[in-house]
Design a protein around this ligand. Structure first.
Ligand SMILES: [Zn+2]
Ligand SMILES: [Zn+2]
Length: 269
Protein backbone atom coordinates (compact mmCIF):
# COMPACT_ATOMS: atom_id res chain seq x y z
CA UNK A 1 0.00 0.00 0.00
CA UNK A 2 2.83 2.35 0.86
CA UNK A 3 4.20 2.20 -2.67
CA UNK A 4 0.84 3.48 -3.88
CA UNK A 5 0.32 6.17 -1.28
CA UNK A 6 3.78 7.68 -1.24
CA UNK A 7 3.95 8.54 -4.96
CA UNK A 8 0.42 9.84 -4.67
CA UNK A 9 1.39 12.15 -1.83
CA UNK A 10 4.35 13.31 -3.92
CA UNK A 11 1.99 14.31 -6.71
CA UNK A 12 -0.22 16.20 -4.28
CA UNK A 13 2.57 17.89 -2.39
CA UNK A 14 4.81 18.92 -5.24
CA UNK A 15 2.66 18.80 -8.32
CA UNK A 16 -0.46 20.68 -9.39
CA UNK A 17 -3.64 19.50 -7.76
CA UNK A 18 -7.01 18.46 -9.07
CA UNK A 19 -9.28 21.28 -10.15
CA UNK A 20 -12.57 21.33 -8.26
CA UNK A 21 -14.00 24.63 -9.49
CA UNK A 22 -17.39 24.38 -11.11
CA UNK A 23 -17.61 23.85 -14.84
CA UNK A 24 -18.97 27.31 -15.42
CA UNK A 25 -15.92 28.91 -13.86
CA UNK A 26 -13.59 26.82 -15.95
CA UNK A 27 -15.45 27.40 -19.19
CA UNK A 28 -15.60 31.12 -18.78
CA UNK A 29 -11.82 31.45 -18.84
CA UNK A 30 -9.86 31.33 -22.05
CA UNK A 31 -6.62 29.56 -21.31
CA UNK A 32 -3.91 28.46 -23.69
CA UNK A 33 -2.35 25.07 -23.22
CA UNK A 34 -0.43 22.76 -25.51
CA UNK A 35 -0.60 19.67 -23.28
CA UNK A 36 -1.50 16.44 -25.09
CA UNK A 37 -5.15 15.50 -24.39
CA UNK A 38 -4.40 11.87 -23.50
CA UNK A 39 -1.69 12.83 -21.04
CA UNK A 40 -3.96 15.46 -19.55
CA UNK A 41 -6.71 12.92 -18.97
CA UNK A 42 -4.28 10.51 -17.29
CA UNK A 43 -2.82 13.31 -15.23
CA UNK A 44 -6.30 14.37 -14.10
CA UNK A 45 -7.25 10.83 -13.08
CA UNK A 46 -4.08 10.46 -11.07
CA UNK A 47 -4.69 13.74 -9.36
CA UNK A 48 -8.34 12.92 -8.67
CA UNK A 49 -7.39 9.74 -6.83
CA UNK A 50 -4.49 11.52 -5.13
CA UNK A 51 -6.80 14.21 -3.80
CA UNK A 52 -9.12 11.56 -2.37
CA UNK A 53 -6.23 9.85 -0.58
CA UNK A 54 -4.99 13.14 0.84
CA UNK A 55 -8.49 14.09 2.03
CA UNK A 56 -8.69 10.71 3.77
CA UNK A 57 -5.31 11.04 5.48
CA UNK A 58 -5.56 14.76 6.22
CA UNK A 59 -9.27 15.66 6.31
CA UNK A 60 -10.18 19.32 5.93
CA UNK A 61 -10.45 21.34 9.13
CA UNK A 62 -12.32 24.63 9.38
CA UNK A 63 -9.75 27.40 9.92
CA UNK A 64 -12.31 29.39 11.88
CA UNK A 65 -13.40 26.93 14.58
CA UNK A 66 -11.41 23.73 14.04
CA UNK A 67 -14.44 21.63 13.05
CA UNK A 68 -13.47 18.63 10.94
CA UNK A 69 -14.80 17.85 7.49
CA UNK A 70 -14.75 21.30 5.89
CA UNK A 71 -12.16 23.94 5.04
CA UNK A 72 -14.84 26.39 6.11
CA UNK A 73 -17.86 25.20 8.06
CA UNK A 74 -21.45 26.37 7.74
CA UNK A 75 -21.16 28.50 10.87
CA UNK A 76 -17.96 30.28 9.86
CA UNK A 77 -18.84 30.81 6.17
CA UNK A 78 -21.32 33.66 6.85
CA UNK A 79 -18.67 35.47 8.92
CA UNK A 80 -16.35 35.86 5.92
CA UNK A 81 -16.49 39.40 4.58
CA UNK A 82 -15.89 40.42 0.99
CA UNK A 83 -13.90 43.46 -0.08
CA UNK A 84 -16.55 45.09 -2.21
CA UNK A 85 -15.85 47.40 -5.11
CA UNK A 86 -12.44 49.11 -4.85
CA UNK A 87 -12.02 52.86 -5.11
CA UNK A 88 -9.53 52.40 -7.94
CA UNK A 89 -10.44 49.96 -10.66
CA UNK A 90 -6.80 49.32 -11.62
CA UNK A 91 -4.71 49.02 -8.46
CA UNK A 92 -7.69 47.83 -6.44
CA UNK A 93 -7.10 50.41 -3.70
CA UNK A 94 -9.91 50.43 -1.21
CA UNK A 95 -11.56 53.69 -0.23
CA UNK A 96 -9.35 53.78 2.86
CA UNK A 97 -6.14 53.34 0.84
CA UNK A 98 -4.10 55.53 -1.52
CA UNK A 99 -4.14 54.76 -5.24
CA UNK A 100 -0.74 53.37 -6.26
CA UNK A 101 -1.29 53.26 -10.01
CA UNK A 102 1.57 55.72 -10.60
CA UNK A 103 4.00 53.08 -9.30
CA UNK A 104 2.75 50.25 -11.51
CA UNK A 105 4.28 49.30 -14.85
CA UNK A 106 1.95 49.81 -17.83
CA UNK A 107 1.52 46.05 -18.26
CA UNK A 108 -0.41 45.76 -14.99
CA UNK A 109 -4.10 45.65 -15.84
CA UNK A 110 -5.46 45.15 -12.33
CA UNK A 111 -4.78 44.11 -8.75
CA UNK A 112 -7.56 42.18 -7.05
CA UNK A 113 -7.99 40.32 -3.76
CA UNK A 114 -10.82 38.11 -2.64
CA UNK A 115 -11.21 39.08 1.02
CA UNK A 116 -10.04 41.39 3.80
CA UNK A 117 -7.16 39.87 5.79
CA UNK A 118 -9.27 39.05 8.80
CA UNK A 119 -11.15 36.31 10.65
CA UNK A 120 -11.41 32.95 8.90
CA UNK A 121 -9.29 34.15 5.96
CA UNK A 122 -6.45 35.23 8.22
CA UNK A 123 -6.56 31.90 10.10
CA UNK A 124 -6.68 29.90 6.88
CA UNK A 125 -3.62 31.66 5.44
CA UNK A 126 -1.81 31.22 8.77
CA UNK A 127 -2.56 27.47 8.72
CA UNK A 128 -1.23 27.22 5.17
CA UNK A 129 1.94 29.27 5.72
CA UNK A 130 2.99 28.59 9.26
CA UNK A 131 1.36 25.28 10.21
CA UNK A 132 2.27 23.46 7.03
CA UNK A 133 -1.29 22.68 5.94
CA UNK A 134 -0.38 22.50 2.28
CA UNK A 135 -3.62 20.75 1.34
CA UNK A 136 -5.46 23.95 2.30
CA UNK A 137 -4.05 25.56 -0.87
CA UNK A 138 -6.56 23.49 -2.85
CA UNK A 139 -9.43 25.35 -1.26
CA UNK A 140 -7.76 28.77 -1.13
CA UNK A 141 -6.54 28.49 -4.73
CA UNK A 142 -10.11 27.98 -5.92
CA UNK A 143 -11.14 31.21 -4.20
CA UNK A 144 -8.94 33.12 -6.65
CA UNK A 145 -10.88 31.95 -9.72
CA UNK A 146 -13.82 34.39 -9.44
CA UNK A 147 -11.36 37.31 -9.38
CA UNK A 148 -10.66 36.89 -13.10
CA UNK A 149 -13.17 38.69 -15.33
CA UNK A 150 -15.10 36.74 -17.96
CA UNK A 151 -13.17 35.84 -21.11
CA UNK A 152 -9.77 37.03 -19.94
CA UNK A 153 -6.93 35.34 -21.76
CA UNK A 154 -4.25 33.88 -19.50
CA UNK A 155 -1.08 32.28 -20.86
CA UNK A 156 0.99 31.79 -17.73
CA UNK A 157 0.66 31.92 -13.96
CA UNK A 158 3.52 33.34 -11.87
CA UNK A 159 3.68 32.92 -8.08
CA UNK A 160 5.40 35.64 -6.05
CA UNK A 161 8.63 33.88 -4.99
CA UNK A 162 9.92 33.51 -1.46
CA UNK A 163 13.49 34.45 -0.65
CA UNK A 164 15.62 31.25 -0.89
CA UNK A 165 16.42 31.45 2.83
CA UNK A 166 12.73 31.67 3.72
CA UNK A 167 11.96 28.85 1.28
CA UNK A 168 14.50 26.58 2.99
CA UNK A 169 13.02 27.39 6.40
CA UNK A 170 9.39 26.87 5.38
CA UNK A 171 9.97 24.06 2.89
CA UNK A 172 7.45 25.39 0.37
CA UNK A 173 6.21 28.59 -1.20
CA UNK A 174 2.53 29.10 -0.38
CA UNK A 175 2.09 31.32 -3.47
CA UNK A 176 3.40 28.44 -5.62
CA UNK A 177 0.83 26.05 -4.12
CA UNK A 178 -1.94 28.57 -4.84
CA UNK A 179 -0.59 29.15 -8.37
CA UNK A 180 -0.55 25.42 -9.12
CA UNK A 181 -4.11 25.02 -8.00
CA UNK A 182 -5.15 28.10 -9.95
CA UNK A 183 -3.36 26.90 -13.10
CA UNK A 184 -4.97 23.45 -12.82
CA UNK A 185 -8.34 25.19 -12.79
CA UNK A 186 -7.37 27.00 -16.00
CA UNK A 187 -6.79 23.75 -17.88
CA UNK A 188 -3.24 23.32 -16.67
CA UNK A 189 -1.67 26.39 -18.19
CA UNK A 190 2.00 26.84 -17.40
CA UNK A 191 3.35 28.03 -14.06
CA UNK A 192 6.59 29.98 -14.35
CA UNK A 193 8.87 30.68 -11.42
CA UNK A 194 10.82 33.87 -11.00
CA UNK A 195 13.67 34.36 -8.54
CA UNK A 196 14.01 36.49 -5.44
CA UNK A 197 17.34 37.90 -4.35
CA UNK A 198 18.60 40.58 -1.99
CA UNK A 199 17.30 41.22 1.52
CA UNK A 200 15.67 38.41 3.45
CA UNK A 201 13.93 40.87 5.78
CA UNK A 202 10.23 39.99 5.87
CA UNK A 203 7.80 42.71 4.78
CA UNK A 204 5.76 42.23 7.95
CA UNK A 205 6.33 45.10 10.37
CA UNK A 206 7.91 47.49 7.85
CA UNK A 207 6.45 50.86 6.87
CA UNK A 208 5.18 51.41 3.34
CA UNK A 209 8.42 53.16 2.27
CA UNK A 210 10.54 50.48 3.94
CA UNK A 211 8.58 47.73 2.17
CA UNK A 212 9.16 49.38 -1.20
CA UNK A 213 12.91 49.73 -0.53
CA UNK A 214 13.10 46.19 0.84
CA UNK A 215 11.88 44.59 -2.38
CA UNK A 216 13.21 47.07 -4.96
CA UNK A 217 15.12 45.10 -7.63
CA UNK A 218 14.62 41.93 -5.57
CA UNK A 219 13.05 39.92 -8.39
CA UNK A 220 14.72 38.39 -11.41
CA UNK A 221 13.15 36.58 -14.36
CA UNK A 222 15.52 33.72 -15.21
CA UNK A 223 13.52 32.52 -18.25
CA UNK A 224 12.59 35.65 -20.17
CA UNK A 225 11.10 33.65 -23.06
CA UNK A 226 8.52 32.17 -20.68
CA UNK A 227 6.97 35.59 -20.00
CA UNK A 228 7.89 37.69 -23.05
CA UNK A 229 4.68 38.71 -24.85
CA UNK A 230 2.57 36.64 -22.45
CA UNK A 231 -0.59 37.44 -20.55
CA UNK A 232 0.27 36.70 -16.95
CA UNK A 233 -1.52 36.21 -13.67
CA UNK A 234 0.73 37.02 -10.71
CA UNK A 235 -0.37 35.30 -7.50
CA UNK A 236 0.37 36.01 -3.84
CA UNK A 237 -1.39 34.99 -0.64
CA UNK A 238 -1.69 38.45 0.95
CA UNK A 239 -1.21 41.91 -0.56
CA UNK A 240 -0.51 44.66 1.94
CA UNK A 241 1.07 47.80 0.48
CA UNK A 242 1.38 46.34 -3.06
CA UNK A 243 5.17 46.91 -2.80
CA UNK A 244 5.94 43.23 -3.43
CA UNK A 245 3.57 42.69 -6.35
CA UNK A 246 4.69 46.02 -7.85
CA UNK A 247 8.35 44.95 -7.71
CA UNK A 248 7.47 41.52 -9.17
CA UNK A 249 5.34 43.07 -11.91
CA UNK A 250 8.12 45.52 -12.76
CA UNK A 251 10.58 42.65 -13.30
CA UNK A 252 7.99 40.78 -15.41
CA UNK A 253 7.19 43.90 -17.45
CA UNK A 254 10.90 44.49 -18.11
CA UNK A 255 11.09 40.87 -19.31
CA UNK A 256 8.40 41.71 -21.88
CA UNK A 257 5.14 40.58 -20.24
CA UNK A 258 2.18 41.76 -22.33
CA UNK A 259 -0.38 41.99 -19.55
CA UNK A 260 -0.22 41.28 -15.80
CA UNK A 261 -3.16 40.72 -13.49
CA UNK A 262 -2.24 40.45 -9.81
CA UNK A 263 -4.45 38.28 -7.62
CA UNK A 264 -4.33 37.45 -3.93
CA UNK A 265 -6.52 35.73 -1.39
CA UNK A 266 -6.46 38.67 1.01
CA UNK A 267 -5.74 42.37 1.09
CA UNK A 268 -4.48 43.83 4.34
CA UNK A 269 -4.63 47.49 5.28
ZN1 LIG B 1 -15.93 26.86 11.43
ZN1 LIG C 1 -5.05 53.02 -8.56
Amino acid sequence: MAFLILPTLFVITLGPTIPQVDRFSRRRLIATSATMPAMRTLDRRLRTSATGVLDTLFPPICAGCGRRGHWVCGDCRPTIQTLGEPACDRCGALWSLRCVCDQLPDAVISIRSAFPFDGWVRHAIHCLKYEGERARARHLGDLLIPLLPLGVRVDTVVPVPLHPTRLRERGFNQAMLLARRFSASLDDISVVEIARTGSVTPQVGLSSAERTANVANAFVVPDVKAVDGRNLVLIDDVITTTATVTACATALAEAGAHTIRCLSIARAE
